[in-house]
Design a binder for this molecule. Structure first.
Ligand SMILES: Cc1cc2nc3c(=O)[nH]c(=O)nc-3n(C[C@H](O)[C@H](O)[C@H](O)COP(=O)(O)OP(=O)(O)OC[C@H]3O[C@@H](n4cnc5c(N)ncnc54)[C@H](O)[C@@H]3O)c2cc1C
Ligand code: FES
Ligand code: FES
Length: 491
């Protein structure tokens, strides 16, 4: 790695901030509040759920002429990931003459705030939206706010405020031209390596006995090389799990390897048969990638966390994390997805339905990581259905999510692939249920046969989010629905 620094540099409202002396696990939220005194940004839950901490994180656009923003839950993002980027907080919105952003004006005019705790996060989510969409529908506004919880105002005035703000189109865009040259100035000439040791940021060559560091490679080869040398290092992609562990379990990984600057991993490689989705492609990008081909998968993605979660979270992170209720995996398994795994300069391909060996256990070897997720494109006549059952519509965890892929050949179900989360220690295919379905006319499939296959396939367990009786009933009913309504034929 060619460049070493002990300073995290980012742009805040026309100024370069040089952050020194932070812990490698200091969150963006804590740094903004405690060091920059930007206390408008609030901490509600510290786990990505409430949206009180939403800020906008900006990067130079591809042409280098402007700034592209993402809404981000600053409570679960680590400060070193800000290096080379810009950040906007609610304080950034006030103009030099004291006037407010139209979203803020409208929130006041429409009585969109009572106690005000949620308000900065709501404002930042909406301001982020109107940077790219100045005429959002009510549905889009509602989706945008799905990760912002307000417990006293109620959402009607907030939705009205968003619509009203958009009447003042000329004033919606942030005045951020001063940030552009500064973002160019802080671009790293070579590979950015941020090294943080113990509680302090230090040069990695000056390792103390603890040997802690945060590295941010720029190439795939460097990630692979680093992991071979440090197989116990923690990979950091979208930080929506790692950041949670830092806040809630007080984990302090010795070596953190941030993948967000690796150009090869940000790409989607499009072949006639499949999309090769790089390990740091965000779920927001995946959602739009699959919208036409697999609408049910796009809908599962729309209900995955919230916009600020999806703007950084990745498929590879979801898969590697291996939660029994991870939502992307049943869909990807039913679609026959495979993974490209890399260790050093060696790669291998593993089917996702062979990836898990137990609860949060995988076939990944020491120093090996997921380079890409390979998602097959739809075949002629293929039908794909998926649905997530959760107590809340969005920003909630599955009781179960089921996904199926099949064709109707001569009126019979063929090539059936069915997968679930929430029924077993890891997301998995359900071969006994597939066997019940394969070769049958949908109308001939008996619920009792599916029930028997569910009983034979899974260990009955009540969980925090649902009883086994509920989960198993839903698991059967979803299949019945998927085959009775095969109307969503993959495009
Ligand atoms: C508020 C909130 C809501 C959520 N909602 C949902 C939901 O609806 N459905 C759902 O399934 N999940 C949900 N999650 C969980 C989480 O967002 C997902 O698992 C997400 O996809 C993780 O991706 P990430 O890039 O943020 O992973 P990170 O946090 O960066 O990493 C997660 C794990 O994967 C490892 N890892 C990351 N990349 C790689 C790689 N390329 N190779 C090998 N290992 C790697 C990391 O070391 C870490 O152990 C939610 C989380 C939060 C905080
Ligand atoms: S503080 Fe609740 S989402 Fe960050
Ligand atoms: S105004 Fe009180 S939580 Fe939203």
């Amino acid at each position: 790695m060619s460049q070493v620094t002990n300073t995290v540099r980012f742009v805040l409202d026309g100024q370069i901030v040089e952050a020194q002396g932070a812990r490698r696990t200091t969150t963006v939220l804590d740094y903004l509040r405690e060091q920059m005194h930007r206390t408008g940004t609030k901490e509600g839950c510290a786990e990505g759920d409430c949206g009180a901490c939403v800020v906008m994180v900006g990067s130079l656009n591809a042409a280098g002429t402007g700034v592209d923003y993402l809404p981000v839950n600053s409570c679960i993002q680590l400060l070193p990931t800000l290096d080379g980027k810009s950040v906007k907080t609610v304080e950034s919105l006030q103009n030099a003459d004291g006037t407010l952003h139209p979203v803020q004006e409208a929130m006041v005019a429409c009585h969109g705030s009572q106690c005000g705790f949620c308000t900065p996060g709501i404002v930042m989510s909406l301001v982020n939206l109107v940077q790219v969409n100045t005429s959002p529908s009510r549905q889009v506004i509602s989706d945008t706010l799905s990760g912002n919880l307000c417990r006293c105002t109620g959402y009607t005035p907030i939705l009205e405020a968003a619509a009203q703000a958009c009447q003042n189109k000329a004033a919606l865009k942030l005045q951020d031209s001063a940030d552009v040259p500064l973002l160019k100035k802080i671009e790293r000439s070579g590979v950015p390596t941020l090294s943080l040791e113990g509680d302090l940021i230090v040069q990695p060559v000056v390792r103390t006995r603890k040997g802690h560091e945060f590295v941010s490679p720029a190439t795939l080869a460097e990630v692979a090389d680093y992991l071979v040398k440090h197989p116990g290092a923690t990979l950091l992609a979208g930080s929506t799990e790692v950041g949670l562990q830092v806040n809630k379990k007080f984990t302090r990984p010795d070596h953190i390897v941030y993948l967000g600057n690796v150009a090869e991993l940000k790409k989607i490689h499009d072949t006639p048969q499949a999309w090769h989705i790089g390990a740091v492609v965000s779920l927001t990008e995946v959602e739009s990638l699959v919208a036409k081909a697999y609408p049910d998968l796009a809908e599962v993605m729309r209900r995955f966390g919230s916009p600020p979660i999806r703007s950084t979270a990745t498929l590879a992170g979801n898969i590697a994390n291996g939660s029994p209720i991870g939502d992307s995996m049943p869909c990807l398994m039913a679609l026959g997805s495979t993974l490209t795994l890399r260790r050093g300069d060696q790669t291998r391909t593993v089917a996702l339905d062979k990836f898990y060996t137990g609860q949060k256990q995988t076939v990944l070897q020491a120093g090996e990581f997921i380079e890409a997720v390979i998602l097959p494109k739809p075949q002629a006549g293929q039908i794909f259905r998926a649905h997530k059952i959760s107590k809340r519509f969005e920003q909630d965890i599955s009781a179960t999510c089921a996904a199926i892929s099949y064709k109707l050949t001569g009126g019979k179900l063929t090539g059936v692939k069915l997968a679930y989360n929430g029924l077993a220690p890891s997301p998995c295919r359900a071969p006994k249920l597939e066997a019940v379905l394969e070769g049958k006319v949908p109308a001939d499939v008996q619920a009792a046969d599916l029930d028997a296959a569910i009983t034979a396939s899974f260990v009955a367990r009540d969980g925090l989010r649902a009883t086994w009786a509920y989960r198993s009933l839903v698991a059967r009913n979803l299949v019945m629905q998927f085959i009775e309504e095969p109307t969503v034929e993959a495009a």
